[in-house]
Design a protein around this ligand. Structure first.
Ligand code: CMP
Length: 283
């Protein structure tokens, strides 16, 4: 890959890749650089919540560049076009006349203007000759969007496959997909403890969940049911403790009277009734 340096209106040189979204894995030959970039992304307050796949793609799309000591890498107030990871040397961050900090290798900078679509919040100047890894705004945002869209379409596929959600409109499913978060548990992990305040509604996409109940402190927990793919749980606590917002109540409004757990004697009837109410509230 090659990189070019273009002057933006204030004369700051922001580095731009030749064809940002080819994503030629330019780092293949630099395992140490990959490690440095990955660590930098994971340590950055604004980027540490990115998914592993997003981090990998960002790493693949980064290209190396160097700038000389004294060079202004970022000028406060400019439109930002690049996110950087510093590999060698050091840079100084200033705002107006005020020095904010010095950045050493292994740190991300220039992320704020891109993530928050604002102008550069500070000026960054090379204190020494520096080596940087860079990714352009467009590539960065495409990765964010592309992986976001991919995730959304995977979630939609999953939700469509849940028998209870079959009659829900695509619009409603899409809203549910927007707020879904994937969580993994190992065999034997507790997902919800009896008596604890719940703040999450779960839908099982893989594996099985055992439901038990302890009638009193002196008794052993009693097995109630096994839930599997497509079953949900956690909704009753949300209701009881009024944890979630109105919009969540609208989504699962019909579930509060139901025993989704299938262990009551009239389990099938209860389930059908609950699902009917569930659908009418969601659509
Ligand atoms: P951005 O606003 O895109 O461009 C300037 C960068 O300087 C900014 O992103 C951050 O990466 C960095 N920066 C701004 N303020 C601080 C600060 N207080 N401490 C460390 N880095 C900062």
């Amino acid at each position: 890959r090659t990189a070019s340096v273009s002057l933006n209106p204030s004369g700051t040189a922001e580095v731009t890749g030749d064809n940002m979204f080819d994503c030629v894995p330019s780092l293949c030959a630099h395992p140490r650089s990959r490690e440095l970039i990955q660590k930098a992304l994971l340590e950055n307050d604004f980027m540490k919540h990115l998914e592993a796949s997003q981090i990998l793609t960002i790493m693949d799309c980064m290209y190396p560049t160097t700038l000389a000591q004294g060079c202004c890498v970022i000028q406060e107030g400019d439109d930002g076009s690049t996110v950087y990871v510093l590999e060698e040397g050091s840079v100084e961050v200033t705002k107006g006349e005020q020095k904010l900090c010095t950045i050493e290798p292994g740190k991300v900078f220039g992320e704020l203007a891109i993530l928050y679509n604002c102008t550069r919040t500070a000026t960054v100047t090379a204190l020494t000759d520096i080596k940087l890894w860079a990714i352009d705004r467009q590539g960065f945002q495409t990765i964010m969007m592309r992986t976001g869209l991919l995730k959304h379409s995977n979630y939609m596929e999953f939700l469509r496959s849940v028998p209870s959600f079959k009659t829900l409109t695509e619009d409603v499913l899409s809203k549910v997909a927007d707020v879904l978060e994937e969580t993994h548990y190992s065999d034997g992990d507790y997902i919800i403890r009896q008596g604890a305040t719940g703040d999450t509604f779960f839908i099982i996409s893989e594996g099985q969940v055992r439901v038990t109940q302890q009638k009193s402190a002196s008794e052993e927990p009693v097995f109630l049911s096994t839930l599997s793919r497509g079953d949900w749980f956690g909704e009753q606590n949300l209701y009881k403790h009024n944890i979630r917002s109105q919009s969540f109540k609208q989504l699962i409004g019909g579930l509060d009277n139901m025993s989704n757990k299938m262990y009551e004697s009239e389990e099938v009837k209860a389930r059908l009734e609950a699902e009917a109410a569930f659908f009418s509230n969601m659509s």
